[in-house]
Design a protein around this ligand. Structure first.
Ligand code: SF4
Ligand code: SF4
Length: 475
């Protein structure tokens, strides 16, 4: 027997130890002596038969929870099985639809606003939305999931409400005919969010709206002005207030070194609002700049978060299940951002809002076979972060053969950056990081994009929460 490579531990102020196995998600607080058993079993002269009854019992528990495994080979097999199960999961068919690449904002970090060209960006026609709905219906017949999950995104999806409603309506009917539950969410900048839009979508399974706020009023208005330069904060808040009793609203936000400190003021503001109790989740993610010398040859990607040194976009948005994404970078200021993530998570929790724990972050949607992103023209992408660049499309809803797309699809199908992560204990909850970040920063989507320090710091918080004590850091 040996200790699993996916064990992580955090010493507690009481002298006890928080143990977690990131593969099985087992979490427990044990005495330091019990935790030391995990090291002792590795010693050549350790004899289970001669161990104390308490130690034998503890070892049996560790083995049951996956903290002890037969050998390293077993660990690797379990890991591969875990990713395979995730890859093949049919519990839901997940579709992200970009009904338009147009945007009515001129965000500081987004070239669409800066270049003023988004008005002519692609927009899904009603004809295409009908074709997308037919493609989804065909997928339902192949996958046969109990649930269909649709996410509308952009650009700004509320700039193309007709296509969104038409598609949601058609796919809802297709799902209902097959006994499939449809759930819908919308990720919007909030400027055009109205009760009418919500009411139009509720019959088709709308369960949540995510709105982006980039800090307190002053910061947000500077970072996310309307195309005419006007502030948008007050109007967005007014819109959230008008819909909050109809649908749960999640708040997302992008921060960098200069704006992170403005988030506590935003959290205080939100906490004081009459709709605070209706906020489903608050999660922020960093705007990350690529490493010096890193690839920035992906300018045609939809740029919503990652930007280059000139504040031009190089990356994408992240739609991972946690809602906060895990865009990451190998550059030095990453560590700073990791620390800010920690601070923001703590401040968010302190005000009673639900947020991501920073540990259970992956693997992301990219690795699900039955998760798809569809662009305005019906092109299929591996995840929202790779949309907009035709060379990165993996197919088309028309099913038309295309050698380049087929080749790209195979590349994504075999993507497994975690295989380059050695014996990192966080592989099961990280999966090697965000492939979009790897692609934009390193020019190689197959390379890990590592934020290990962020995981370690989030684990410390998780341990503190589990035990209610201050800890001594991850070991
Ligand atoms: S690759 Fe990155 S952007 Fe795409 S789903 Fe994964 S974490 Fe999100
Ligand atoms: S990217 Fe970093 S944290 Fe993630 S699995 Fe690889 S080495 Fe671990």
């Amino acid at each position: 027997m040996q200790s699993s490579a996916f064990n992580v531990r955090v010493p507690l102020a009481t002298g006890d130890v928080f143990l977690m196995n990131t593969l099985t998600d087992a979490q427990l607080v044990v005495s330091a002596d019990a935790a030391a058993l995990l090291d002792r079993v590795e010693q050549r002269n350790f004899n289970v038969a001669a161990a104390e009854p308490d130690a034998v019992e503890a070892l049996a528990t560790f083995a049951e929870l996956g903290l002890l495994v037969r050998d390293r080979e077993t660990d690797r097999e379990n890991l591969e099985r875990r990713f395979e199960t995730f890859h093949e999961d049919r519990s839901q068919l997940r579709i992200t639809i970009l009904t338009t690449l147009q945007c009515n904002f001129a965000c500081d970090y987004c070239y669409q606003g800066e270049h003023g060209n988004s008005q002519s960006a692609a927009k899904m026609s009603i004809e295409t939305s009908g074709q997308v709905a037919a493609w989804i219906a065909a997928q339902l017949d192949v996958v046969r999931p109990p649930r269909l999950s649709l996410t509308f995104f952009g650009g700004e999806p509320l700039l193309n409400v007709p296509a969104m409603v038409d598609l949601a309506d058609r796919s809802f009917r297709a799902a209902s005919e097959r006994g499939v539950e449809q759930v819908v969410s919308i990720i919007t900048n909030g400027l055009l969010l109205t009760p009418n839009v919500v009411d139009a979508m509720l019959p088709f399974g709308l369960t949540g709206v995510k709105v982006t706020l980039d800090g307190d009023r002053e910061t947000h208005d500077r970072m996310r002005p309307a195309r005419g330069g006007q502030g948008t904060f007050d109007r967005i808040i007014a819109n959230i207030r008008r819909v909050a009793d109809r649908v749960p609203v999640a708040i997302g936000g992008n921060f960098d070194a200069a704006t992170a400190e403005r988030y506590p003021a935003l959290l205080d503001f939100l906490k004081d609002q009459d709709f605070a109790g209706r906020i489903a989740k608050v999660a922020f993610k960093p705007v990350i700049k690529p490493a010096a010398g890193g690839s920035t040859g992906t300018r045609s990607l939809i740029p919503l978060t990652a930007v280059d040194a000139g504040n031009r976009p190089v990356g994408s948005s992240c739609m991972s299940a946690a809602g906060g994404g895990q865009s990451s970078s190998v550059c030095d200021n990453c560590h700073f951002v990791d620390e800010q993530m920690d601070m923001l998570r703590a401040e968010t929790k302190r005000r009673g809002f639900s947020t991501v724990d920073g540990v259970h972050m992956g693997p992301c949607e990219l690795y699900r076979r039955h998760s798809h992103t569809i662009g305005p023209d019906g092109a299929l992408y591996a995840c929202p972060g790779f949309t907009g660049d035709n060379a990165l499309a993996v197919g088309h809803i028309s099913g038309q053969a295309d050698a380049l797309r087929d080749e790209t699809a195979i590349t994504f199908e075999h993507l497994a950056p975690w295989r380059n992560c050695g014996d990192c204990s966080f592989i099961p909850v990280c999966g090697g990081g965000c492939a979009v970040a790897s692609y934009t920063e390193l020019g190689d989507m197959a390379a890990p994009s590592c934020h290990k320090r962020a995981f370690e710091s989030a684990l410390t918080s998780l341990a503190e929460e589990a035990a209610g004590f201050t800890t001594g850091g991850v070991q």
